[in-house]
Design a protein around this ligand. Structure first.
Ligand code: ADP
Ligand code: ZN
Length: 221
């Protein structure tokens, strides 16, 4: 099974991906997490990616595609995978089609999370993440706060705010999303795999409801 998560920054892609990963026993692969791992290792690749990430810009396609394609060659994706954060440009979507075709795989569903624009900035700036790199649990101080302030429920490690989740950078990421990534949903429109669905607190439809519907849809497919 191949699942693609699309949506604005902090729209809930990672959280929905985690639920789907547990349900279908397939790994959720986050392009942002891959970059952040290279950054924390202090590698040259990490330094290059960080130049763009700190500005809230997209990492160039060639570097991004290289890292994703080598990740897709690992053993654990044999039975399927969930991509969270890739593709983020129409060009990446085209390259992904080629990569999957080479492996004899095809996309089962593109889950496109539609979150009202006025909620997105708030979701980004109130997001907090567990500092434990084996945990990386995602919280939101308004929508899904930890039981103890700034402490991870799952592992007890402190939480942190990603530098690019701060307001000025978040604004730029949102701009980039509308320009570069929103057209990716259109790219998938004619393929029959696009599943657009609202995730919004204004209609009380959050990650659990969305994930439940996606699971039901895939079971009936
Ligand atoms: P979010 O969870 O807010 O969607 P990510 O962790 O997916 O953020 O991405 C953080 C940053 O990493 C992006 O702002 C961008 O700079 C870089 N990045 C992640 N995925 C890609 C990609 N597919 N193409 C280019 N840049 C990417
Ligand atoms: Zn944790």
């Amino acid at each position: 099974m191949v699942i693609i998560m699309l949506g604005a920054p902090a729209s809930g892609k990672g959280s929905v991906a985690e639920i789907l990963s547990n349900e279908f026993k397939i790994p959720a692969i986050s392009s942002g997490d891959i970059f952040r791992k290279y950054i924390s290792n202090g590698s040259e690749i990490g330094k290059k990616a960080n130049e763009y990430m700190t500005k809230g810009e997209l990492v160039p396609d060639d570097l991004t595609v290289e890292l994703i394609s080598s990740r897709l060659k690992e053993d654990d994706v044999k039975n399927g995978l969930i991509l969270d954060g890739f593709p983020r440009t129409v060009n990446q979507a085209k390259v992904l089609d080629e990569m999957l075709a080479r492996e004899g795989k095809k996309i089962d569903i593109v889950v496109n999370l539609e979150t009202p624009e006025e909620e997105i900035l708030e979701r980004i700036t109130t997001r907090r993440i567990c500092t434990n790199s084996d945990c990386k649990a995602i919280y939101n101080i308004l929508l899904h706060p930890p039981k103890v302030e700034n402490v991870c429920d799952k592992c007890g490690s402190p939480l942190y705010q990603r530098d690019d989740d701060k307001l000025e950078k978040a604004k730029n990421r949102l701009k980039v999303y509308y320009k570069e990534t929103a057209p990716v949903a259109d790219y998938y429109k004619n393929t029959g795999v696009l599943y657009s669905t609202v995730l919004s607190k204004s209609v009380n439809r959050m990650k659990d409801e969305v994930a439940k519907d996606v699971i039901e849809y895939l079971r009936n497919k």
